[in-house]
Design a protein around this ligand. Structure first.
Ligand SMILES: Cc1cc2nc3c(=O)[nH]c(=O)nc-3n(C[C@H](O)[C@H](O)[C@H](O)COP(=O)(O)OP(=O)(O)OC[C@H]3O[C@@H](n4cnc5c(N)ncnc54)[C@H](O)[C@@H]3O)c2cc1C
Length: 385
């Protein structure tokens, strides 16, 4: 589904101007204090970003993946955590839109458009991250309900969310996705936020451990209804395919911010009687940074456009995420070097870019896992004869 180009450009421009005007000058105070950026969140709601990819028939903006990708890039250029506020919600909306029953789409998607009913995505556990098949959280059927017990790890937006896309093991050892409705907060009917994880970067929004003790979920909240039982893992992996394009877009946004900062600094800072940009060693660094940034952006947009054209993009999304996240880490590291001692202080934003970029390497499948996905797809495309 393609978005009207003028509408897409207008939306991206509005977000870009807001990021320049209101996010970049204020981000340090929220980030360093690890404080929820309430005013920024409110503005994101006003833009309609929480419903940006939800079809118009359910009250969303119905933007295509390419436009959403450009928005994520702009948000991340200002404050990567803002993209995190959206991403788990987008994964949830995608899963419900693709795999929910008609009744589930009607019941959940309209509520998910304005930011008041946000979704978290809960696949990972203490002993199941890359190895998604190892998860242990269990759901047992009891009449018209399911009883959930277990511990989930790394639940971004888990505390403030009203809906958790919960992956749990159901009888026959299958994995099923449950739409867990709850009140935002630290505890709700057998669900407890058992730990708030203190992070290197990606601050200002919560990532938590959540424990379930005899929490009851109505059978009507099995994603996909009866036919969805046992298919949760494939539903999640399908939505993560798009999630990886978003992670790549975040990497591009942070890398752009790091490059911009390094470029400006290199033209102001003088050593040995001239701006450091005139030293060839610095020029080469900036040339390499700009080249990696350009390649990362093109790969990300290419994956998004293919996804908009209805293609399955496991390989392209994996490649974009792998390349863009590693490139962003290198670009942030070079930006820090170009800033010399100043790069190591909280007075310049490059130290934040340096702390934020590793998340893109780990989240939604590490670089090693992306390589496994890419290699698997290569074998499909080039079967052994
Ligand atoms: C800040 C943050 C937010 C997160 N938010 C969420 C969220 O909202 N929802 C959610 O469900 N999860 C979330 N995650 C979890 C994230 O997806 C996992 O951390 C990630 O998938 C890696 O899993 P792991 O941490 O268990 O590492 P492990 O799987 O233990 O991996 C450890 C190392 O071994 C490597 N490795 C593992 N298996 C292989 C293999 N077969 N071959 C080669 N190398 C391998 C990995 O690449 C990695 O380098 C979040 C993580 C972080 C850090």
């Amino acid at each position: 589904m393609a978005t009207d180009q003028a509408l897409a450009d207008e939306m991206v421009d509005a977000v870009r101007s807001w990021v320049d005007r209101d996010v970049i000058p204020n981000v340090a105070e929220f980030e360093q204090a690890d404080e929820f950026p309430q005013a920024m969140f409110n503005q994101m709601c006003d833009f309609g970003l929480f419903g940006s990819t939800i079809p118009e028939e359910y009250g969303g903006l119905g933007l295509d993946i390419t436009t959403y990708t450009r928005i994520i890039e702009e948000l991340s250029r200002g404050f990567m955590s803002l993209a995190g506020l959206l991403n788990t919600h987008k994964i949830g909306a995608t899963m419900i839109g693709r795999f929910g029953t008609d009744q589930q789409r009607q019941r959940f998607l309209p509520r998910m458009c304005d930011g008041s009913f946000r979704a978290a995505f809960s696949l990972s556990e203490p002993d199941a991250g890359s190895d998604t098949g190892a998860l242990r959280c269990r759901a047992e059927r009891d009449g018209d309900e399911w009883v959930v017990n277990g511990t989930k790890m790394w639940v971004t937006n888990g505390m403030r969310s009203s809906l958790v896309m919960l992956l749990a093991r159901t009888p026959d050892d299958r994995i099923t996705c449950f739409l867990v409705e709850k009140e935002p907060g630290e505890s709700f009917e057998g669900i407890t936020v058992s730990r708030k994880i203190d992070k290197l970067g990606y601050r200002g929004l919560e990532t938590v451990e959540m424990s379930y003790v005899d929490h009851r979920v109505p059978h009507a909240n099995v994603l996909g209804g009866d036919e969805g039982i046992g298919h949760g893992r494939e539903y999640a992996l399908s939505a993560l395919e798009l999630g990886r394009i978003n992670v790549a877009a975040r990497a591009v946004g942070v890398a752009q911010a790091a490059f911009d900062a390094a470029m400006a600094y290199s033209q102001q800072r003088e050593t040995f009687g001239r701006p450091i940009f005139e030293h060839q060693a610095i020029q080469f660094k900036l040339a390499e940074m700009a080249t990696k940034l350009q390649a990362a952006r093109l790969m990300t947009y290419d994956a998004a456009r293919r996804a908009d054209a209805g293609q399955r993009v496991d390989m392209e999304a994996g490649m974009a995420k792998l390349f863009a996240s590693e490139a962003a880490f290198e670009i942030a590291s070079d930006a820090l070097r170009i800033h010399g001692g100043n790069g190591y202080t909280t007075e310049f934003p490059v130290e934040r870019y340096f702390r934020d970029t590793p998340l893109m390497i780990v989240g939604e499948g590490t670089s090693e896992i992306q390589k496994l996905v890419i290699a698997r797809k290569l074998l499909e495309r080039f079967p052994v004869e």
